[in-house]
Design a binder for this molecule. Structure first.
Ligand SMILES: [Zn+2]
Length: 78
């Protein structure tokens, strides 16, 4: 089991990865989760609408890293 601070570090690392490669990810319009572009339905809220624009993905990755959101990052789905 990893400590909360450790999982926060993981989250930051993941956010970093997303910011470096935003074209591999998209943002769920329903709940704001970041998922990989191959995802068809959001695993959190089952929405089918996504925003794939890179500025949106980068902004969302930053926001998630900052506030340790409950929203899912793609690492949580592995
Ligand atoms: Zn969603």
């Amino acid at each position: 089991m990893s400590s909360p601070s450790e999982s926060h570090r993981e989250r930051l690392k993941q956010a970093q990865k997303i910011m470096e490669q935003p074209s591999d990810y998209k943002v769920c319009e329903g709940c704001g989760s970041i998922v990989t572009v191959r995802t068809t339905a959001c695993p959190s809220c089952h929405a089918y609408k996504f925003d794939e624009t890179e500025p949106r993905v980068v902004a969302q990755a930053k926001a998630l890293a900052k506030r340790q959101a409950n929203s899912v990052l793609s690492s949580d789905l592995a």
